[in-house]
Design a protein around this ligand. Sequence first.
Ligand code: NAD
Ligand code: MG
Length: 306
Amino acid sequence: MSNQDTDNTRTDQLTFQNPVTRYPSISPPKQDQPEPGLDRDLEPETDRGEFSYRGTGRLEGRKALITGADSGIGAAVASGFAREGADVALNSLPEEQADAEEVCRIIEAAGRKAVQLPGDLTDVGFCSELADRAAEALGGLDIVVNNAGRQIAVEALEELSEEQWTRTYETNIRAIFLVTKAALRHLPAGSAIINTTSVQAYSPSPTLVDYASTKAAINNFTKGLAQQLAPKGIRVNAVAPGPFWTPLQVSAGQPKEALPEFGKSTPIGRAGQPTELAPAYVFLASPESSYVIGETLNVNGGMPTP
Ligand code: NAD
Ligand code: MG
């Protein structure tokens, strides 16, 4: 958020406060960015935790790989993890370098190591080597957050190209399979894998049939793999965000005319700020959630879920 906004809202996540008014109900102006969007150019700015996330040592000494870590939810999770004591390897697309550098600055300011591993997750070879490179750079790996995703709204099935369908599936679900499979070579007992799914998994928008169906697949993949890896002491869980204000929404994730109303139909009456998701990921990554396995933690402003 801008300095002016943060002066009004700079309470950390542990301060007793009214969640309705913790952040203003924003009405984003119509705006457009080429895919992938940048936080740098988003209006209004988001809160990714720089002035609002207080760490309490819950991930001391941990080593995390986070995809889509440059912006939005991934940036908030990366910043939160560092404040909790973890070193972080960040994957994003090369064209997101400006956002990624900003997140690295926040991680390093927390006294933790930040390693940038840019690359395209639709590339099978890149997915297969990402965890190796993270483990090498960090000296091990014990948290994987599969968070990268693409969301392009299309009004009618007749206009949804096979190319878009395939690219959405490659980015959102195939990459999770490939990155996770390769990460297993490194993850010791006690490790956590956390996948970003969506409320769209249960309540698909008519304009997001490709995207929403990948999110349903992620939920299912999470529950199946969680049972497979539980005996090894590796916990797999998911986080399902509702409407969060991030660059995904302005790089064709929403029809433009929907932006001013974004998030207002939730029971809490406003869109979420990325930093409001960080505690869910921290909880699932930390040893305190030792008996939480195969769970999808919904963070969505009160929308009912199955
Ligand atoms: P975001 O645009 O900030 O993050 C998405 C990231 O995905 C990008 O920063 C980019 O680095 C990465 N990405 C996309 N295609 C890639 C590719 N081919 N290779 C490598 N990286 C790629 O938006 P966000 O909202 O923070 O999204 C993060 C996750 O949260 C996504 O999985 C999204 O589906 C999910 N999600 C978001 C919302 C929301 O309202 N913002 C709601 C539910 C779920
Ligand atoms: Mg980005």
